[in-house]
Design a protein. Structure first.
Lengths: 180, 365
């Protein structure tokens, strides 16, 4: 179930979001009436869609970070009088933190490339919901936009590389500290 | 402060059925080959394993009783567990590791005691370091300190020296000896090394195939002629609690319950207590007291047991007052001397073969 967003077509996810959070849909109408929150056609909607699409990255990162902690350390903390909440706060989370951060960076870098869910859910509004891929797509649609598209593509490649390198660096640190 | 352990636990292909009592203050060694269930016993005492049946009590407090439905989690058992692999928290400094159990103890040891333990284990210079920057021996000392500062009622030590080389081992043994002699915390010490056990333990529980094969004082069990059946190899020989009685020209006289042993001159002062190992292969037997012999020790002894160990060897258990020795001789010698149980004979021990167990001087800093 957690990996559903990985296999689901992003356009379908965007459509589902529209059905749930549209201003006339039950959840969307309720949020708008009571809190004044509107996801459709706003950058918050783009963030929500990106977050959902990259959710599996996060879950995987957290799970593997927690699983890579030597269970013997938890047993040792237990014999020293630490209860489960104590162990979570003082042992598991600090040891898993670098892995969680690395996962977040990877997820963020990946979310910068999200296209289908965003264009379906929040459309392509300049200055509001136009993400990098949407801008590249829009540039290609306009006459003489190839140079603009190339510039934006280069930027997105650089961002992706920086994200991956950063995640790798943080992840390696986590293996150094928490490794078995 | 006794620790009473009696439980049964079934694994897929292995049954552990154990009962023993670790007496008062002192070291009870659990000895046996790997896979005999030694660590499982510590885990059961610590509460990291819930046995199928049985009862475990620490200093009169029942921490586990299957029939009565009692089970205390590890944190409430007041145990200090020194794991084989140390298990220091890698993201904390040495001092944070040391204080981890201390901070959570229901009754904290006073700051003066914290300072004393840190000094005894010589950790002062290491307090701000991370475990990754410690040597094996240093990690062992921190793990020991962390367990001690939790103010435990019993200290569980799982082969704390196994991962260390001989030099590091000699670095830690004196601390364990001081703990045994100065503190009143009982220790259950898992080891597969009879050398470690002979130095440290007061009592020994020998495990084989998930059962207690022998148990008793270290002096009795190490001279039990059945020991090679459990431990493999040849008999370990006698371990004696000796005291330096006097020094003579180039020689030192060690007194043990029932007699004296003469050894090459030792540096320690008169009155120093040390354990002494006399190997089974280093004892000769004679029906009559020999005259004009180079060996310094001729002890009048009584044969208490004889055991044929193979077609060529015979092990003989000898009593000198309350102290027991073991001699390994050939079967033909045994036949030639017509040795029988109950016979009075003489045990001849060359001074240079006796091994007093002395701390390396560097340990006392």
């Amino acid at each position: 179930m957690l990996h559903l967003p990985l296999v689901l077509p992003p356009v379908a996810l965007g459509y589902l979001l529209l059905v749930i959070f549209g201003t006339r849909a039950p959840v969307g109408a309720w949020l708008l009436d009571h809190f004044g929150i509107r996801f459709v056609f706003s950058w918050t909607g783009a963030a929500l869609a990106s977050g959902l699409i990259t959710f599996p990255f996060q879950v995987r990162a957290i799970r593997s970070a927690v699983e890579s902690i030597d269970p013997g350390l938890r047993a040792a903390a237990e014999t020293l009088g630490a209860g489960w909440m104590d162990r979570l706060v003082n042992l598991t989370l600090p040891l898993a933190l670098p892995g969680i951060v690395a996962g977040a960076i990877t997820a963020f870098a990946a979310s910068l490339g999200e296209f289908g869910a965003i264009i379906t859910f929040v459309s392509n509004i300049p200055g509001e919901t136009r993400t990098l891929p949407l801008a590249i797509y829009a540039a290609l649609q306009a006459p003489g936009g190839e140079i603009e598209a190339a510039r934006l593509s280069a930027l997105s490649i650089i961002l992706a590389l920086v994200g991956l390198t950063l995640a790798e660096f943080v992840g390696r640190r986590s293996r150094l500290i928490g490794g078995r | 402060m006794n620790v009473e352990v009696a439980f049964r636990h079934d694994y897929a292909k292995f049954r552990l059925d154990i009962a023993f009592c670790a007496q008062g203050h002192g070291v009870t060694a659990l000895f046996g080959p790997s896979g005999a269930g030694k660590t499982t016993i510590l885990n059961a005492v610590a509460g990291l394993l819930r046995p199928d049946e049985g009862r475990i009590s620490i200093d009169g407090r029942v921490v586990f009783d299957r029939a009565a439905g009692i089970w205390l989690p590890p944190g409430q058992r007041r145990i200090g567990y020194v794991f084989q692999d140390g298990r220091l928290f890698p993201h904390m400094s040495v001092v944070a590791n040391l204080r981890f159990g201390w901070r959570r103890a229901p009754k904290r040891v006073p700051e003066s005691e914290v300072a004393r333990v840190i000094e005894m284990l010589r950790l002062t210079a290491l307090l701000d370091r991370k475990p990754a920057n410690l040597s094996g021996g240093e990690k062992g000392r921190v793990a020991l300190g962390r367990a001690l500062l939790a103010n435990p009622d019993v200290l569980l030590l799982d082969e704390p020296l196994a991962a260390l080389d001989a030099e590091r081992r000699n670095e830690i043994i004196p601390y364990l000896e001081r703990l045994r002699d100065e503190r009143r915390v009982p220790m259950i010490y898992v080891s597969h090394s009879l050398d470690e056990i002979s130095r440290l333990a007061n009592d020994i529980v020998v495990l084989k195939d998930g059962k207690v094969a022998a148990a008793g004082s270290v002096f009795d069990v190490l001279t039990d002629l059945r020991l090679p059946d459990f431990a493999g190899g040849s008999p370990y020989g006698a371990v004696l609690e000796t005291r330096i009685a006097r020094h003579a020209e180039g020689l030192t006289v060690l007194a043990f319950p029932g007699g004296e042993l003469i050894v090459p001159r030792l540096a320690q002062a008169v009155g120093t207590r040390l354990r002494t190992h006399v190997r089974a292969e280093d004892i000769m037997l004679a029906r009559e007291a020999p005259r004009l012999i180079s060996a310094n020790n001729v002890l009048p002894v009584t044969i208490s047991a004889i055991r044929m160990t193979s077609s060529s060897h015979v092990d003989v258990r000898l009593l000198c007052g309350p102290s027991a020795f073991v001699a390994r001789i050939t079967r033909s010698s045994c036949d030639r001397l017509s040795l029988t149980e109950g016979m009075d004979v003489f045990a001849i021990v060359k001074s240079v073969t006796v091994v007093p167990q002395i701390d390396p001087p560097a340990a006392e800093a």
